[in-house]
Write a protein that binds this ligand. Structure first.
Ligand SMILES: Cc1ncc(COP(=O)(O)O)c(C=O)c1O
Length: 383
């Protein structure tokens, strides 16, 4: 194994308190999910349960594997399905349950994993938002048979785009090691383009340019003119793009080795800011993350609910507060033709409601007072 890959895996494994051999590296987090479904021997007609409040690339990976995604609605408080929601979705065909860490929050993990283990159903944690946080004292991503993580732009630490998996189920680990042998390496174009994007982000992204650059980058991605979080094809149809099954390349690994070293510092900033926001929102009787859920969560995003997203965003733009817009729909960022992904929005009413009203205030800012001022100025818009 390449020296840098080895070092990066060791760094990841030390955060997860596990063996580096359990870690595999990929071009994106979604590829990790697909690889694990393949390794689990998922076949046509199998069902995989996922939250009805997720990113479209999750059902994409499931559909590419031949299986059918089955959606469960979420709870308003935890932004995740409850144990009962998931039990209600299980059928004879259920092979896997994907448990998502949403914005840093997990829910009912111990109940669900215990039930699944007793019933021969595999559990995979979608920990793309949660690396570095903890759930009930254990590192996020270590509760299930396996977990996948993302190192895309806005994640706990970034390699531009990227992802990795950690597998704790011995049988799955053995077959994943086989499956991973067919990952292809990124080419020189991918590598050079990604290096350019990482440099541009470093030198061009400021509070003054945030909204313009974000729109521009999303447009280029949609038109397949740059390496994006998602290509236009992935958002149009659940058909696997060419060269999807890619490993992590050397630019990503080098960025990862450097960036993961900042994780503790960023996490403590996120938690400190989240505590400030919780206090302010609770004091005004507004929707907030309940302290009983979040002692050790990583708060990649802090969700607020607003009556009018556009008005709140316009004000944030003027005040130079970088808002996130996850998730714009139950299948972010897709906003129509949900049936292509087997989703009936009527079956996930809470997810649809939250998607219509949620915005994310930044937790990695060194200016939380600006965010608090934005909240206090817009109390009438906050739910
Ligand atoms: C909940 C969720 N799952 C999976 C992913 C996919 O991660 P990646 O972009 O690394 O493939 C994302 C991306 O943001 C996500 O939000």
């Amino acid at each position: 194994m390449n020296k840098n890959d080895k070092r990066f895996k060791e760094q990841i494994a030390s955060v997860l308190d596990t063996d580096p051999q359990r870690i595999h590296l990929y071009w994106k987090g979604r590829v990790a999910l697909f690889a694990m479904l393949k390794a689990a021997g998922i076949k046509a007609g199998d069902e995989v349960i996922i939250p009805g409040f997720t990113c479209v690339v999750v059902p994409n990976a499931i559909i590419y594997s031949g299986a059918i995604p089955v959606y469960t609605d979420i709870q308003r408080k935890s932004l995740n399905p409850s144990f009962e929601d998931i039990r209600g979705a299980v059928t004879q065909k259920t092979r896997v349950i994907v448990l998502q860490n949403t914005f840093g929050l997990s829910s009912d993990l111990e109940l669900i994993t215990e039930w699944a283990a007793a019933n021969g159903v595999l559990t995979i944690e979608d920990c793309t938002h949660g690396f570095g946080g903890k759930y009930k004292g254990r590192p996020n991503g270590t509760f299930c048979d396996a977990a996948f993580f993302s190192t895309q732009w806005n994640k706990p630490f970034s390699t531009g785009i990227g992802g990795f998996s950690a597998v704790f189920n011995t049988k799955l680990q053995e077959s994943l090691t086989e499956v991973a042998k067919s990952l292809i390496l990124p080419g020189w174009y991918d590598d050079a383009m990604l290096r350019g994007l990482i440099m541009s982000r470093k030198y061009l992204l400021t509070p003054a340019t945030y909204y313009t650059l974000r729109s521009f980058y999303r447009l280029l991605s949609k038109l397949n003119l740059t390496i994006g979080s998602s290509s236009g094809d992935e958002l149009r149809d659940p058909l696997m793009p060419v060269s999807y099954f890619k490993a992590m390349g050397k630019t990503q690994v080098n960025a990862g080795i450097h960036e993961i070293a900042t994780l503790d510092m960023v996490l403590s900033l996120r938690k400190k800011n989240a505590a400030i926001y919780t206090h302010v929102l609770a004091e005004h009787g507004k929707y907030h993350v309940s302290p009983d859920l979040h002692q050790n969560h990583s708060f990649l995003k802090y969700p607020v609910l607003v009556t009018n997203k556009k008005k709140f965003e316009d004000c944030a733009r003027r005040e130079r507060v970088d808002l996130g817009d996850w998730f714009v729909s139950p299948l972010h960022p897709v906003e129509k033709d949900f049936e292509k992904w087997h989703l009936s929005v009527e079956n996930v009413p809470v997810s649809a409601y939250i998607a219509n009203h949620v915005l994310n205030i930044p937790t990695d800012t060194t200016h939380p007072e600006r965010v608090v001022a934005l909240l206090e100025k817009n109390l009438d818009l906050l739910l």
